[in-house]
Design a protein around this ligand. Sequence first.
Ligand code: FAD
Ligand code: EPU
Length: 305
Amino acid sequence: MDLRRDVQLAPLTTFRIGGAAAWLAEPATPAELAEAFAFAKREGLAVRLLGGGSNLLVADKGVAGLVVRLSPQSEFATLERLAADGSAWRVGAAVPLARLLRVAAENGRCGLEKLAGIPGTVGGAAAMNAGGDGIGIGDVVVRAAVMDPDGAERILDRSSLAFGYRHSNLDGLTVVWLEVALPDRDDPAAILARISERRARKAATQPIALASAGCVFKNPDARSAGMLIDQAGCKGLRTGGAEVSDLHANFVVNRGGASARDVLALAERMRAAVYGRFGANLELELKTWGFDDEELGPLTGSDHG
Ligand code: FAD
Ligand code: EPU
């Protein structure tokens, strides 16, 4: 199995920020994944799952323990047709979300178009219930296979899956594949056109060409956190190499050389500005790895690993 020591995580994240993982395993088979878990148990290491690293802020000092990244060149990155008409698929957790959308469209299956332009893997999307405009990937997931730390694979049926806003009960587990149901049909060309439109809209309203991790905060209620941060006057604010995007104020972009500390300090300025102006409490959407509560300060209440 591909198991390495002191591997820099910044290149494996879309933010391009953060230090090294004490250990990085890139298993290519379930047997290798089980081996990685056994290694972590033997060495007493905490395990974290890394997908496309597109919703992640890794601390400058890196993370202790073992980071597991399912190999993108392996069976974890394959799609299997379960129904001849293309209405059901088994999708490996390391499959890029964009590929699932393309395969669905080519098979005349619609419903996923609002996920177009979201980077990362299917496993990461499921853990986050990634989505937008009222839909999330969880809407189409009917079953998930997870591997337990003892190396046993377990199938979770729909009744034991819970998907909420940018949250699911798969986060903290190790998803190896998902089964998705795509009952709705349309003309492939029309679906592909909607995917292109969605991507174009995203490019016009979000800084997708710059290094970021998407929205920093969850929306506090029906209001957009981006709109609140914008109205609190934060666009263009800068801390070190981190900057609040001019295009969408809930995106912090790495202008070059930004540290995780810069991003956290800027996020705290954004949080405080919105609280001061609107009394709304913003919680991080980003997953933060390797920080202690003191470093996170008032951002601590947010989910972090
Ligand atoms: P990672 O960032 O690697 O991980 C995220 C979480 O998932 C971590 O807790 C990790 O441990 C867990 N995880 C990863 N793989 C697995 C696995 N196999 N099993 C269990 N847990 C796992 N998000 C949206 O929801 N909507 C958007 O419109 C959107 N737009 C974005 C635009 C840009 C430009 C960027 C950079 C990000 C955007 N995001 C958006 C955020 C991000 O792309 C999504 O959250 C994405 O689904 C994360 O997937 P990932 O594979 O990169 O996960
Ligand atoms: N707005 C502003 N200023 C800004 C940003 C937005 O005024 O700087 C306004 C927009 O003009 C619009 C409203 O706020 O009137 C809503 O904006 P948008 O459509 O961009 O939606 P959002 O609520 O800000 C959410 C998700 C995005 C997702 C979009 C589109 C969250 C935290 N964000 O943003 O997801 O792409 O909807 O579906 O839920 C992410 O989660 O990482 C992410 C990028």
